[in-house]
Design a protein around this ligand. Structure first.
Ligand SMILES: [Fe+2]
Ligand SMILES: [Fe+2]
Length: 171
């Protein structure tokens, strides 16, 4: 595998694990605020991000590449409104989309069609991630100031359940 493509794929393991860490910190914030549904949503989000890291790990190992695990940054954001983590999540997902696009571009440059095909799942996943993040912001802006509506929204997020992402299914 091309060295630059390898390094980007290996770094993405770290970025996805950081995403898991970041979303866990969001869950901690909402748990402290008594919004256990939002906390549940972000703990499942954290599990999905961990899974994303595992998908990149598996791809490298399947291709005979060694994995180099690096230190994970500390999430250091503090929040003063319920909306702030949701906006930080959208910003973060847009950043991750840019990272995935960069890897795709690097793979394209060296005609690494296998890696491009592998990344297709992530390109679609990032659209879903950004859509979800935008939807949560919209709902919080619409309903966040009404106690009963916020209660219902929290219940809605409480219902989110974990499912194994397709690339890891059957592992
Ligand atoms: Fe991810
Ligand atoms: Fe994500």
């Amino acid at each position: 595998m091309d060295k630059h493509v390898y390094e980007l794929l290996n770094d993405q393991i770290n970025k996805e694990l950081y995403s898991a860490y970041l979303y866990m910190s969001f869950a901690d914030y909402y748990e402290d605020e008594g919004l256990s549904g939002f906390a549940n949503w972000y703990m499942i989000q954290a599990a999905e991000e961990r899974d994303h890291a595992l998908i990149f790990r598996k791809y490298l190992l399947d291709n005979g590449c060694s994995v180099k695990l690096k230190a994970i940054d500390q999430p250091d954001k503090t929040f003063s409104t319920y909306l702030e983590p949701l906006e930080a999540a959208l910003e973060h997902e847009q950043y991750v989309t840019a990272l995935i696009n960069d890897i795709y571009g690097a793979a394209h440059d060296v005609k690494d069609y296998r890696t491009m095909k592998f990344l297709d799942w992530f390109i679609e996943e990032q659209l879903e991630e950004e859509t979800n993040a935008e939807d949560m912001i919209t709902k919080m802006k619409l309903f966040g100031t009404d106690a009963k509506a916020l209660y219902d929204l929290d219940k809605e997020y409480q219902a989110r359940a974990y499912s194994v992402p397709t690339p890891l299914a059957g592992e």
